[in-house]
Design a protein around this ligand. Sequence first.
Ligand code: FES
Length: 156
Amino acid sequence: MTTRDRSGLAELLEPCRPVPPGKPNILKTLLAVQSALGHVPVNAIPQIARVLGVSDAQVAGVLSYYSDLRIRSAGRHLIRVCMGESCVANRSGFVLRAIQDHLRMSVGDNGPEGRFTLEQMFCAGNCAGSPTVMVDEDLHGKVTSSDVSSLLESYT
Ligand code: FES
């Protein structure tokens, strides 16, 4: 985390200070940090904990529990392959493998160019159109392994 990030984080956290007798909302704060910085830097945990009046362990616990929170910056496009029950039954595992092979990256990676970040998700609410792949906010349904190349090429 750079000095600029640190001072920006302090400014961002100021409105998150709990107002007595309210309880600090750790998740909401971490989502705000991620929205501003693109991720939640692990070395920011003590600063966030201090501002919220909670322990470092409480902040780290929330950060590790929620899969939507990232500790590393994401690529320009976020690919999320649904591994919910309906999608798995409709071969989303094969779609995930095709994406990994096409981009030569694993789940959780940003890839060599920082173009994509690949993640799994669990039910995008599109079970009737499974298997589902989301790229950024775009929902793609009934995706097959052979669709992967053309689907990803549309995101530069
Ligand atoms: S299980 Fe994939 S959209 Fe519901």
